[in-house]
Design a protein around this ligand. Structure first.
Ligand SMILES: Cc1ncc(COP(=O)(O)O)c(C=O)c1O
Length: 375
């Protein structure tokens, strides 16, 4: 069967522009439920103005890799702020989250090491693991008992566990306490990708947005392209690790560094994240409301925060539902294999602080009507 027949062919619609929670596709204005701009900062006038001013002030390019003539003091100053804010010793910026995971993991590990990873981690981490040359073993998604079994077999001094904190497709949380207990027992190194949590999730009072896995993580990865509304990524780590990456991480060394204007904007973003308590609270409330309404209508929905996965199953069905929703001016991503396992296609909803209860009502009502006609 061809990729097309199997419902696996990708042909994303061309988007003319984005405005807050709306996308413009051809002559259609559609409500976007596929954004990772969780706090809405990326579409805010305030951040756009600050970023524009920074590019005006600092210029448009760093014009070189960090190790040639790109090691600007504003970048190291921003990295220090990020390390401090998120509670780690050091931070290093990368041009993207994909490069950060690939570059960090493939550099820190080598043949003779063992990496044990949650089977649902992001493709960039998987690529880093395979490139490292280390032995690697997956454990069932979020199953600490399975991880424990895996750990019994290996020399812990050279073992690392890699996971995410808020999973990008399932929308569920890492069992931080469970992982912490295993870490105390076995003493492995822990790497946690907090791409979908940093900025949006943190302490229960919504004050910081510092993520949820600090208690169990030695190294964390954050991306600017999600709740932080920018682009690029950062690795947070203990003292001494940064120097090693700067010297040996090929995807860091042989690429043009993000410009000074990015670092200045990253610091502006941090200030806005600090001030986003109300946005985080609203995001939490509107996401919970969406889940409750979907469940009430009989849909199978997973997700414990702003990422919700509505179970569809068959790939072609997911595409049909996506198209029918688009006819109703709703845009939502039908995640299919290989992003999720075969036969387990989902509608992957990214809720944002820009969504309202009315938006939730419209989405759930539309999905109900579509299913009523298909069933
Ligand atoms: C969990 C996770 N890590 C890393 C990345 C990669 O980040 P970036 O888009 O900055 O390359 C993504 C998705 O984009 C992601 O979902």
């Amino acid at each position: 069967m061809s990729k097309k027949q199997a419902g696996l062919y990708r042909n994303p619609p061309e988007i003319r522009k984005r405005q807050g929670k709306y996308l413009f596709i051809g002559s259609q204005k559609v409500l976007n439920f596929s954004s990772n701009d969780y706090l809405g900062l990326g579409s805010s006038k305030k951040l756009r103005k600050k970023v524009a001013d920074n590019f005006l002030k600092y210029g448009t390019t760093s014009s070189s890799s960090r190790l040639v003539s790109g090691n600007y003091s504003i970048i190291t100053a921003a990295e220090k702020e990020y390390a401090r804010y998120f509670g780690y010793d050091q931070a290093l910026f990368f041009p993207s989250g994909y490069q950060a995971n690939l570059g960090m993991i493939s550099t820190f590990f080598e043949p003779g090491d063992t990496i044990i990873f949650d089977k649902h981690i992001h493709a960039s981490s998987v690529k880093g693991i395979t490139l490292s040359g280390a032995d690697f073993y997956g454990y069932n998604h979020n199953a600490m008992s399975h991880l424990s079994k895996r750990l019994e077999n290996y020399d812990q001094s050279r073992t690392a566990v890699i996971t995410e904190s808020l999973f990008s497709m399932d929308g569920d949380f890492l069992d931080v306490e469970g992982l912490k207990k295993l870490k105390q027992r076995y003493g492995f190194l822990t790497i946690v990708d907090e791409a979908h949590a940093f900025g949006a999730l943190g302490d229960p009072s919504f004050k910081t947005g510092c993520g949820i896995a600090r208690d169990a993580a030695d190294i964390a990865v954050g991306t600017f392209g999600k709740a932080l509304g920018l682009f690029g990524a950062f690795v947070l780590m203990p003292q001494g690790f940064k120097e090693y990456l700067i010297n040996f991480s090929s995807p860091f060394i042989y690429t043009t560094t993000l410009p000074e204007a990015h670092a200045a904007s990253a610091m502006d973003v941090l200030e806005m994240v600090r001030e986003s308590k109300d946005k985080r609270r609203h995001l939490s409330e509107v996401s919970r409301h969406m889940k409750e309404c979907l469940s009430h209508e009989g849909f199978k929905v997973t997700g414990e925060a702003h990422i919700l996965a509505v179970e569809i199953g068959e790939e072609n069905m997911a595409v049909t539902v996506f198209q029918k929703l688009l006819e109703k001016n709703i845009f939502v991503f039908p995640a299919r294999y290989p992003t999720v396992p075969m036969g387990k296609a989902i509608l992957r909803l990214g809720m944002t602080a820009l969504h309202t209860q009315e938006d939730v009502k419209y989405f759930v009502g539309s999905l109900r009507k579509i299913y009523g006609k298909i069933e």
